[in-house]
Ligand binder design. Structure first.
Ligand SMILES: [Zn+2]
Length: 397
């Protein structure tokens, strides 16, 4: 809660690119990394650095030319030990937000008002920093007792990172992944990524987990990690918009995303620190800590499972109109699936794929279950003639 309160204070200005506030947030995170004895995660112009500078488009000037603002990703590493030390697990959270709501606000009357972004994503940033503290301390204790505790020590290196400009389109994480030569370690060795974005509104103990199917071990490990915590794990629901983990998945890194679900205060001035469920957030962080421990100590490396592409959707290439006998076909597209099957403007669709089509809704219901690229029978009425057509359903990606 202390971290969330600090990051949402008025001087942090909602942590948007181009404000002094985001620089303060950056300094706050870097200071914590330093106080924990973590090492810089980047090498910029040959120098070790806790920050990775980049620019993001933040608007246009009076002549309409794009204006860019400097922002920085922040990152630190806790070196692993032994034969897995060159493998990396990434713990990430974006630390930016939408500032005064000139873009990205869901509240039309809130332009110019502070959007503190307590849940989004001071909460995840706090989680990332708590994990850094936890593992840095475990490392310190273990270095005193060395061999005795070596078995439960982070074998893999942990990369703790705060992404900039997530709200402007995952700009910070994309830049990070596209510039691996600026990392202080071998980017090829990143074996997993854990993202926290909006973990501050736990309700009914429901914790949502996305994209666990990108790593074969994630689900088993997360179930085990939750054992002593007892949250209700909600799997595989459709993501509430992408966050930085998708960037890692796109380059073949198994990445999993923790979130306590959307609420009406998202991207409004009402996403304030006093509404954060601190105890709930701590439980989420405990689950993520247990998972991280598993991921950094296990000899098993997370196996990447490429996400399946979304199946293509079928289409007919017509506009569906009303008609007492069935569905009126209008604007039959040239070279579209229905035209190729022989349909004309003004035909009335009576059935498709063996389903009677009394209304446009019936056609849509059929399409929602049909497979693109397959052939189906259709009956149409033209004048007082009934025609049998064979339609090759179109494929839309
Ligand atoms: Zn967010």
């Amino acid at each position: 809660m202390k971290i969330v309160e600090t990051l949402t204070a008025p001087e942090m200005e909602g942590r948007d690119a181009g404000t002094k506030g985001i620089d303060l947030a950056r300094d706050y995170i870097v200071d914590r990394y330093k106080s924990l004895g973590l090492k810089p995660a980047f090498v910029i112009d040959g120098e070790p650095s806790y920050t990775q500078p980049l620019t993001v488009r933040t608007g246009r000037d009076e002549e309409g030319n794009p204006v860019h603002s400097p922002v920085e990703n922040v990152g630190a590493i806790l070196p692993g030990r032994g034969d897995l030390a060159d493998e990396i697990i990434v713990i990430g959270a974006h630390y930016d937000h939408i500032g005064y709501g000139h873009f990205g606000s869901r509240d039309k009357n809130a332009k110019g008002h502070l959007h503190p972004g307590a849940d989004d994503n001071a909460s995840g940033t706090a989680g990332m920093l708590l994990l850094a503290e936890h593992f840095a301390q475990a490392r310190m204790v273990a270095s005193i007792h060395d061999d005795f505790l070596f078995g439960s020590l982070p074998r893999r290196t942990i990369f703790f990172t705060g992404f900039a400009a997530e709200e402007r389109g995952l700009v910070g994480s994309k830049y990070m992944v596209q510039n691996p030569e600026q990392w202080a370690f071998d980017a090829e060795q990143v074996s997993g990524m854990i993202n926290m974005d909006m973990i501050g509104r736990l309700r009914d103990r429901d914790l949502y987990i996305f994209t666990d199917n990108t790593g074969k071990q994630w689900r088993g490990w997360i179930n085990a990690a939750n054992g002593g915590v007892g949250l209700n794990l909600k799997w595989d629901v459709r993501p509430p918009g992408g966050s930085d983990h998708v960037v890692f998945i796109s380059v073949g890194i198994p990445a999993v995303f923790f979130n306590t679900w959307l609420h009406e205060d998202v991207h409004t001035p009402r996403d304030t620190a006093d509404k954060i469920n601190g105890k709930g957030g701590a439980m989420v962080v405990q689950v993520v800590a247990n998972l991280t421990e598993q991921a950094v100590t296990s000899y098993e490396r997370v196996t990447f499972v490429p996400p399946k592409p979304r199946p293509p959707r079928p289409y007919l290439g017509v506009k569906l109109g009303g008609h007492e006998a069935g569905v009126l076909l209008e604007d039959v597209a040239e070279k579209g699936p229905m035209e190729k099957a022989g349909a004309q403007n003004g035909d009335v669709l009576l059935s498709i794929g063996g389903k009677k089509t009394g209304s446009a809704g019936d056609v849509r219901a059929f399409l929602s279950k049909a497979k693109a690229g397959t052939k189906v029978k259709a009956r149409v009425l033209r004048g007082d003639e009934t025609l049998e057509l064979t339609v090759l359903l179109g494929t839309r990606r």
